[in-house]
Design a protein around this ligand. Sequence first.
Ligand code: NAD
Ligand code: UDP
Length: 365
Amino acid sequence: MKKVIILGCGGFVGSHLTDRMLASGEYHIEGWDISFDKISQHLDNPNLSSHQRYIDRDSTFEEIEPYVEGAHAVISLAAVCTPAQYVSSPVKTIRSNFIDAYALIDLCAKHRSWLVHTSTCEVYGRTLSSYVPTDNYDNPDLYEQREDETPLVVGPTKNHRWSYSTAKQLFERYIYAHNVENGMPFTIIRPYNWFGARMDFIPGRDGEGVPRVLACFMTALLDDQPLQLVDGGLAYRTITYIDDAVDALMLMLENPKGSQNQVFNVGNRGGEVTMKELALMMRELAAEITGKEKFRDHPIEEITGEKFYGEGYEDCDRRVPDVSKAESRLGWKAKTDLRETLRITMTHYFEQYGREKGLHPSQAK
Ligand code: NAD
Ligand code: UDP
């Protein structure tokens, strides 16, 4: 039995990883989170020890230290990671993604424990193409994101949307520094818009605030409100199914030789879509899943980034991962296409929140 620590095991990624690790029967998890609602079905499993705590720099690491020594891996997922919060609460975002978290790196360095950290593709920031008005994505060298080559390019400090990207970048650099100076093994993962069940709350039902785009569009579909396209919905994202992403994480944990001391993009190149195309596809799928034809004409409206998120918003224009490293070192490639990813994810959302409005898939005619 391999012992692992997971910080943030109760979140979207953590809950899917916990499902998979416990199903394998090969891991014992020491899991930390504020909430275990998404993994409540596992709380009696003897291979999960749950620690319901708020992790901060000063208090929690004393408590975590005894488990770090001798752990197969320390997996760090806990973070503030929704764009609305990067703009509305940049202090909280930087504290969560660096200040409250960096002591974990010191602990892993002290014990030479393997730190597996989920960073973000947002560390790349904007593409170089976006700064060349005439480029129009003609040259992949200016937009394709390669882990060990591509520069990390973000906007000015006054656009505090980059609070998250830069805190994550400093975290990566501090990990790397401890590897170079103290031999701490690490794996850094840069997720590309992982989508799946339990991804985010629906405002007014099980959370408050502005979630990520999938849950924003689902809220609008459930509540008969227009889908809102920020700045025309021209930004691209590369959407990856959570089960494929968890495959990559499991392969990393099973293969330290292939995965240690590396940064990996984990994304589905075939899942690239603009937010406008995403909205159109989700309207169609909503009709197919619920049997309600009205969704095909569901209203869509445009809104500025500043109005939607507040002052200080700036967007990533495009995120195209080079995934050849994950392929050659781990034998990993995403298997699930965009439409299927959305169908599975939206079906879960309609099952969870749709019954009251006759939108549960079982109510489809
Ligand atoms: P999530 O918000 O669903 O999960 C994060 C979990 O961490 C939550 O359960 C939260 O309660 C917990 N947490 C946060 N701060 C904590 C604290 N101080 N103490 C205790 N628990 C705390 O997010 P997610 O989508 O599961 O993302 C996991 C990681 O992957 C994050 O580091 C995120 O930056 C990174 N990431 C995810 C995506 C994606 O597509 N989901 C994309 C880029 C990066
Ligand atoms: N977005 C949108 N409408 C919404 C919510 C988000 O058009 O209701 C856009 C947002 O401006 C960005 C993209 O969708 O271009 C993805 O946003 P998300 O919140 O999922 O996070 P990100 O991918 O930026 O981390």
